[in-house]
Design a protein around this ligand. Structure first.
Ligand code: PBG
Length: 332
């Protein structure tokens, strides 16, 4: 801080808050539509736009409807969408082999977007939980989530998504060593330019439940994810996770969930100065939305305040189900 420490009455903090133009002038962080990544749910079929319970305003789109939704996102200036599939339960197996089927729902969705919408990025999640009959992000044997065997599957899944045209691979599985293995796998298959955004500090959180319902993995999940996702009690451990993912080749890192972990976002940004993202997850969306739908809070105001908090905490971008609403407000 400065050596000059004047105080009241020569200093009046309210001077800089006096008028709207002055408040605008001294504003430290600014949101733009470029700050958002919009997570979208996809489902088989045609003409489908089915609501997700516990997430009012969020839908699962069939690929034809998805194209229109992604066009809207692009027109609003949103730089990227993230695809999450609701897989037909009949296709789920213990090894999640549908994840590396080149004609699976994710690949069809990516191709549909790439063939029909330009100038918007497509990100794909890497984890077995949408495809796995145990609802886990990796392979389960005798109740144990196997690490190295899971990583092999995640590499196949990543290459499959890259071949379909995915721009950014986003491993959300929290297996050890997966970023290095995926980087090597992508490079070996000629996908040097496909980027990796790792879910580097992903916590074992109660705020994912509406998402698990949206992709249909919640009812399948046996046990919990505490042997691979982080304990909400830990902060130093997040820095080790992020350091490892960077050393393994991550181009961008993510902290997840968002609001209860803003301290982690700040530490990660300050420590590594990496492109840092935050995932404002399904349970956070449900919480805010239901308070607003009950008339307890004013949606536009608290939603934008929430978005601002992520930017202020140091994130360069925000994965959020509010992306369309936020970008619409910013464009007006
Ligand atoms: C799956 C995955 C999850 C989310 C993104 N990818 C859920 C989980 O780990 O169980 C959560 C997203 C959200 O809650 O919005 N690997």
């Amino acid at each position: 801080m400065s050596t000059v420490t004047p105080s009241f009455p020569s200093i009046r903090m309210r001077r800089n808050r006096r008028t709207p133009w002055l408040r605008r002038l001294v504003q430290e962080t600014k949101l733009t539509p470029s700050d958002f990544i919009w997570p979208v749910f996809v489902v088989d079929g045609e003409g489908q736009k089915t609501p997700v319970s516990a997430m009012p305003g969020v839908f699962r789109y069939s690929t034809d409807m998805l194209i229109e939704a992604v066009k809207d996102a692009k027109d609003l200036g949103i730089p990227m969408v993230a695809i999450f599939p609701f897989i037909d339960p009949a296709l789920k197996t213990p090894d999640g082999a549908e994840a590396w089927n080149s004609d699976n729902l994710v690949c069809r969705a990516v191709r549909a977007i790439k063939d029909n919408v330009h100038y918007i990025g497509v990100m794909c999640d890497v984890a077995l939980d949408p495809f796995n009959s145990d609802g886990h992000d990796g392979i389960v044997q005798d109740g144990i989530i196997l690490n190295d065997e899971s990583v092999e599957c995640l590499v196949k899944q990543s290459i499959n998504q890259a071949e379909a045209g995915c721009d950014v691979i986003a491993p959300s599985d929290m297996m050890d060593g997966r970023v290095a293995a995926i980087r090597a796998g992508l490079d070996g298959a000629g996908h040097q330019d496909v980027a990796i955004m790792s879910y580097a500090a992903k916590y074992s959180s109660g705020f994912y439940d509406p998402f698990r319902d949206a992709i249909g993995s919640g009812a399948m999940l046996k046990g919990d994810k505490k042997t691979y996702q982080m304990s909400p009690a830990n902060s130093d451990e997040a820095l080790r996770e992020v350091a490892l993912d960077i050393s393994e080749g991550a181009d961008m890192v993510m902290v997840k969930p968002g609001l209860p972990y803003l301290d982690i976002v700040r530490r990660v940004k300050d420590t590594f100065a990496m492109p840092t993202f935050v995932y404002n997850v399904s349970g956070e969306y449900a919480m805010l939305r239901s308070a607003c739908d009950n008339g307890f809070l004013e949606y536009n105001r608290v939603m934008m305040e929430t978005m601002q908090s992520f930017k202020r905490a140091g994130s360069d971008g925000i994965l959020t189900y509010h992306a369309i609403d936020a970008a619409t407000i910013l464009n007006d």
